[in-house]
Write a protein that binds this ligand. Sequence first.
Ligand SMILES: [Ca+2]
Ligand SMILES: [Ca+2]
Length: 572
Amino acid sequence: MATAAGSRCLLLLLLLLLGVLGAPALGDPGPLEDVVIDRYYIPKICLREAQMGDFIRYHYNGTFKDGKKFDSSYDRGATVAGVVGVGRLITGMDRGLQGMCVNERRHLIVPPHLGYGSIGVAGLIPPDATLYFDVVMLDIWNKNDKLQITTLSKPERCNRTVENSDFVRYHYNGTLLDGTPFDSSYSKGSTYDTYVGTGWLIKGMDQGLLGMCAGEKRSIIIPPFLAYGEKGYGTVIPPQASLVFSVLLVDFHNPKDGVFLEHLEVPESCKRRAVTGDFVRYHYNGTLMDGTLFDSSYSRNQTYNTYIGKGYIIPGMDQGLQGVCVGEHRRVVIPPHLAYGENGAGDKIPGSAVLIFDVHVIDFHNPEDPVEIETVFRPEGCNVTTRDRDFVRYHYNCSLLDGTRLFSSHDYEKPQEVTLGANKVIEGLNRGLLDMCAGERRVLIIPPHLGHGESGARGVPGSAVLRFEVELISMEEGVPEGYLFIWHGDPPASLFEQMDLNKDGEIPADEFSTFIKTQVAEGKGRLMPSSDPEKVIADMFQNQDRNQDGKITPDELKLKSDEDREKIHEEL
Ligand SMILES: [Ca+2]
Ligand SMILES: [Ca+2]
């Protein structure tokens, strides 16, 4: 208060000297030996009491016995700052202020010999005046003071603390020592963001933030020589004011930081790690350092799917997903310069925010991947294996790589049946069923481009890698594409006559069927393998009975034979 109320302080100083020279008091009400102190308000919490040599800041009213005011710091609109107990004040005040707590209020009665004595102050204080002061203590500090840091709460998990040159984001309430608020980040609705230890902050904050964890709360009491000193700050912080900051460290990073990985859970079975160009499907929770969830794939019930290392996602994730295994749980901590920078994103990600992604990799593949085939069991003496067009029966279990079971042939009474190469199953499964022996068991890993593609299918997410466990139950040799029946040797020369079993010149369905079955039984030809041979024969008959009158005539058979001469077709 040396500036604003300087003249009055000088006056007090002057009066003090006069007081020293003054004669003993003849007080009314009676001669007082000493200052009368009435501590009429003592705060419940008293961190320190004013000691001799302490700097103090206080307000007072000074009156005479009759209540007439002779001086008031309130009238000047500024608190008084000074050193107590070292003879710079009238002795009565030096004595009367000692031992006060911040926010304590006292009535002091100062006898003349401890005030301005028998001389008084011309025009202000008459001789032999007893002085009545009403004082409230606002601030106490000492040049030997250090920061007073009290940790109010601290997260259990704290693997890094603030160091010089870190960039911090914090919330604070700032008060004077008597509790008067002067500033708050909360009222502004955003954190205070700055570098630590580089002179942007007052010294006390530069020091007081060091060693904090994200999420830690501290009370930092800063003496004025580490705050705004003799000048104060604007109208809100008086000169020589101690400051109390209640700080919550929300977030911090260093501009030199890279992506920080924590490998929370890597499956033992990891054989392959994702590289640039791989397509990864993963779930994630994205949180800020203070734990605020800003995004989650789980809430959408859909994985996030992307190529990595290609610039489709923020640089921190492009880096952070390198080397992941299928099934891995990984925490990726991304500094803002590898995320959304100083501007943040949307209303959920503040500027300069560190992002923490807890990632669960569901699967990944490369667009170049083939079907991965692992033979689990192959019977001995396996010499006949499946080929294109063969008719096979197999059991399978189909799941996602995270173990989610999708489909199983075991849910049905019979094994699955399919003609290989007939485009009836996904390409990856078709490939995986080739070159198998009956009884063989395999595990197939099928990338989406050989599975259900980017769109997926009923029950199959888009771009999902599928895992099939297959067991080949049986196989039947097939016929070429487009054929229902092929001869093992040359067809009979007089085909119609042989078919016309009762020699009446026409071939109805039952005659046709009997003939074909005889050929098959005698090993002269084979039908397209199927679960329903009758249906295949019926289809053949329909093809021959061109006018659909239920019987084949010599002309009909001949006509078809001519048509198909070039390519001996299923029509015989
Ligand atoms: Ca006949
Ligand atoms: Ca006919």
